[in-house]
Ligand binder design. Structure first.
Ligand code: MRU
Length: 347
């Protein structure tokens, strides 16, 4: 089942706020609802929000009553702004919206309806490509997992974070599908618990052995020598290989280096932002403190207590063993090799 898809003129997505308790689908009739579902994390994960925003643009084209190409493009520019503002860190969101806007702005269309059709086809292409790209990354990354290994994973990077299959968890899935016997440790990933709720649910579906860890236990298992490999996703990779990912990634990267454990991020080239030279330029989303103090409506403290809630952190590229992309594994020097991968060169 796909995380997000176009069904009879609406955008249908899995409501990730309900998992693992309920598998519930929501139908979104307009682009404003798609933007809201990205902000409130009904859908989350970098490639999944990119594909959702693309379908949101196809909805916006249908919502517009413009009868001419120019009128429709003006309306689409407004929708693009709303969708791109839904969340700031994952570049896949802007990447998908910009890909659709450049298609309509650079093309020449005989009618507004021709644009509507082109947008729907292109958003469908983005979704289909995402699945194929994840499967390719899975195949490259699976070579790193050996029988008997324990792999540490952070957040949720599985089929729920993408259209299907997943990035880092897609690598784990590929190794599982190859018949490898290994174990997965899933950081629970406070405060929204994507590891405990979503990644563990995906491992249950697959039948892959796993344990959920309190985030604070990752170093303990690394120092004991249990962890042989760390795999995480990315929300934006800068030109030098620094990357933003779910809060907590940086401390895992430092612990992995300290303990001599290979540490990889798995990211399609749509997550690479060559306009940004290094990680400090990546905008980091700060979310509401209620996610820390009252996760999923369960109060840990009185609601007036103080808290900070950065949703992502930046890991400097020196901690990375490599970046697993759809063109192979990118190794240092990242400034040079990332550009080659983005250009489509085989690594
Ligand atoms: O806040 P989220 O749940 O959208 O954050 C997700 C992550 O940080 C993932 O690791 C990232 O999107 C890459 S996985 C496809």
């Amino acid at each position: 089942m796909r995380t997000v898809e176009w069904v009879n003129g609406v955008v249908r997505m899995i409501d990730q706020k309900q998992i693992p308790w309920k598998l519930e689908l929501v139908d979104l009739p307009d682009y404003q609802a798609v933007a809201a579902s990205i902000t409130d994390m009904t859908v989350r994960g970098a490639p999944a929000i990119g594909a959702s925003a693309a379908f949101g643009m196809a909805l916006a084209a249908r919502q517009s009553s413009a009868g001419t190409p120019d009128g429709l493009i003006a309306d689409l520019r407004g929708a693009a702004q709303v969708l791109k503002a839904a969340r700031p860190t994952a570049v896949n969101l802007a990447w998908a919206v910009d890909r659709l806007m450049s298609l309509v702005e650079k093309g020449s269309y005989a009618s507004a309806d021709a644009i509507r059709e082109a947008l729907l086809n292109e958003s469908q292409r983005i979704a289909d490509e995402d699945v194929a790209i994840n499967q390719r990354m899975g195949a490259y990354g699976a070579d790193l997992i050996k029988d008997g290994d324990t792999v540490l994973h952070h957040c949720n990077t599985g089929s729920l974070a993408a259209v299907d299959y997943g990035t880092a968890l897609g690598v784990i899935r590929a190794a599982f599908e190859q018949g490898k016997k290994f174990h997965v440790l899933l950081d629970e990933t406070r405060p929204r618990l994507q590891g405990a709720r979503l990644s563990a649910w995906e491992m249950e579906q697959l039948g892959q052995p796993y344990d959920i860890l309190p985030d604070t236990a990752a170093g303990y298992y690394m120092r004991k020598g249990e962890v042989k490999l760390v795999l995480v996703g990315a929300d934006r990779v800068a030109g030098n290989g620094d990357f933003a990912n779910k809060i907590g990634t940086y401390q895992i990267a430092v612990l992995a280096k300290e303990n001599g454990i290979p540490f990889y991020t798995v990211a399609p080239t749509s997550t690479v932002d060559l306009a940004i030279q290094h990680g400090d330029e990546i905008p980091i989303e700060e979310r509401d403190k209620s996610e820390v103090l009252t996760p999923y409506g369960h109060p840990i403290t009185p609601p007036h207590f103080n808290a900070r809630n950065p949703a992502f952190d930046v890991t400097p590229h020196r901690y990375l063993s490599g970046i697993i992309t759809e063109h192979g594994i990118v190794r240092p020097p990242f400034e040079i090799n990332l550009r080659r991968a983005v250009a489509g060169e085989q690594m």
